[in-house]
Design a protein around this ligand. Structure first.
Ligand code: SF4
Length: 342
C-alpha cells in the first residue's frame, strides 16, 4: 500500500448500514496504509487476532488450522474496512488472509515508535536530533518483533533503498517538530489501548497514539498520521477514527474529550475538532448500524465486494470476484439473519 496522493474515499457504504452512510470512510488509502500497525501493543493488550491484519506468510498454515470465529468487536480500522468494502473486511477479519508488509505502513509504524519513545527522555532533551537518533534502534526492534518486515528490503543488496526509506522516516520525524513542541508536552498516555462495551453489547477497541490532559482536566486525543492531510471535503472521514476514540473515552471515563487532533507528518498539517455530545451519539448510532450490517453478513456469508479506486491498494484481488478471483470457502456456519448459527 504505497504512500501516494490523497484518494477520495467518500464512497457509499453498504446498503445494510444506512447510518454509516452519514459519514465517509477514512481519509485515504495511503493514510490507511500509514496507520500504525499496532502489532505489539495489540498483543500486549490481548487484542483479538481477528483485529490484526498483516500476517506473516509463515503463519498462514498455522492459522488455517484454527477455527474461524465470528467478529466480536470493532476497531476504527476494521470499521473503515467494512465501509470501504465488506469483502475486504471478511478477508481480513474472518479469513485472515495474509498481507504483505508495505513500505508506507512500516514507515508509519517506525515513526510512531520513535515519537512514542522520545517522551521517555526528560522534556528538555526531546529534540529533533535525539528523535532521529532513535530511528535505527527502533527499526532494529521492529524487525526483531515482526521479522516479515525484513522482506521489504530483501531485494536491496546494497541497502540503498532502505537508506532512502529511513531518510524519509527522518524527514517525517523532523516535520513533527514544526507542528508540536514535545518539550512542552507531558502526555498522560501513549499508545493507549482502550476498550469499551456499549449498552448494546458491542465492544469497541483501539489504540490511541497520545492522550494529553490539561491541569483543568480537559482531555486531548492526538493521532499521528504519516500521510498527507485529506482535502477539506474529506476531513469528516478522517475524523471518524477520532470520534470513535472519543466515544470510547466517553463511555469509559464519562468525559467528552475537549479536542481531537490529527497531526499529519506527511504534509505538515494539524486537523483539530472539538466534539460535543451529539457527535458522540451520532457516531455511536453509526457504529451500531455498521455492526448490524457486519452481523448480517457474518450470518449469511454474503460479503459483497465493493470496487473502488482503493482496490489498487488491496492485497486480495486474486481472491476477489471483481478481479476474476474466487474467495476461499466461507469458514463459518451460514444461516438466515437472526438465527443462532453464528
Ligand atoms: S479488490 Fe476491491 S472489491 Fe475486491 S476485496 Fe479488495 S477492496 Fe474489495
Amino acid at each position: 500500500m504505497p504512500e501516494a496522493s490523497s484518494e477520495p474515499a467518500a464512497e457509499p457504504v453498504p446498503a445494510t448500514a444506512p447510518e454509516a452512510a452519514a459519514e465517509p470512510v477514512p481519509a485515504t488509502a495511503p493514510e490507511a496504509a500509514a496507520e500504525p500497525v499496532p502489532a505489539t501493543a495489540s498483543e500486549a493488550a490481548g487484542e483479538a487476532v481477528a483485529e490484526s491484519v498483516a500476517v506473516p506468510a509463515s503463519e498462514v498454515a498455522a492459522r488455517a488450522e484454527r477455527v474461524a470465529v465470528a467478529p466480536t468487536s470493532l476497531s476504527p480500522s476494521r470499521a473503515s474496512d467494512f465501509m470501504q468494502c465488506p469483502l475486504l473486511y471478511r478477508f481480513r477479519v474472518i479469513d485472515r488472509l495474509p498481507e504483505k508488509p508495505s513500505e508506507a505502513a512500516t514507515r508509519g509504524t517506525l515513526v510512531h515508535a520513535v515519537l512514542e519513545r522520545l517522551f521517555d527522555a526528560p522534556a528538555g532533551e526531546r529534540t529533533a536530533p535525539r528523535a532521529k537518533a532513535l530511528i535505527p534502534g527502533q527499526w532494529d526492534r521492529l524487525r526483531e518483533n515482526r521479522p516479515e518486515v525484513g522482506e521489504l528490503f530483501a531485494d536491496d543488496p546494497d541497502g540503498a533503498r532502505m537508506a532512502g526509506w529511513l531518510a524519509q522516516a527522518e524527514r517525517l520525524v523532523e516535520r513533527w517538530f514544526t507542528l508540536e513542541d514535545p518539550t512542552r508536552l507531558e502526555p498522560a498516555e501513549r499508545e493507549l489501548f482502550v476498550e469499551a462495551e456499549l449498552e448494546s453489547g458491542l465492544r469497541l477497541r483501539g489504540i490511541i497514539d497520545r492522550v494529553d490532559v490539561a491541569p483543568t482536566g480537559e482531555v486531548r486525543i492526538v493521532d499521528y498520521k504519516t500521510g498527507k492531510a485529506p482535502r477539506p471535503e474529506y476531513a469528516e472521514g478522517a475524523l471518524f477514527q477520532m470520534k470513535f476514540y472519543a466515544l470510547v473515552v466517553w463511555r469509559l471515563k464519562r468525559v467528552i474529550p475537549r479536542r481531537l487532533q490529527l497531526v499529519y507528518l506527511g504534509s505538515g498539517d494539524v486537523l483539530t475538532y472539538d466534539p460535543v455530545l451529539a457527535d458522540l451519539e451520532r457516531v455511536e448510532r453509526k457504529l451500531h448500524a455498521l455492526w448490524e450490517a457486519i452481523r448480517q453478513a457474518t450470518e449469511t456469508g454474503n460479503w459483497r465486494p465493493r470496487p473502488t479506486r482503493l482496490c489498487g491498494w488491496c492485497d486480495h484481488q486474486a481472491h476477489c470476484p471483481e478481479f476474476g478471483g474466487t474467495p476461499p470457502p466461507y469458514p463459518l456456519p451460514v444461516g438466515a439473519p437472526g438465527s443462532d448459527t453464528v
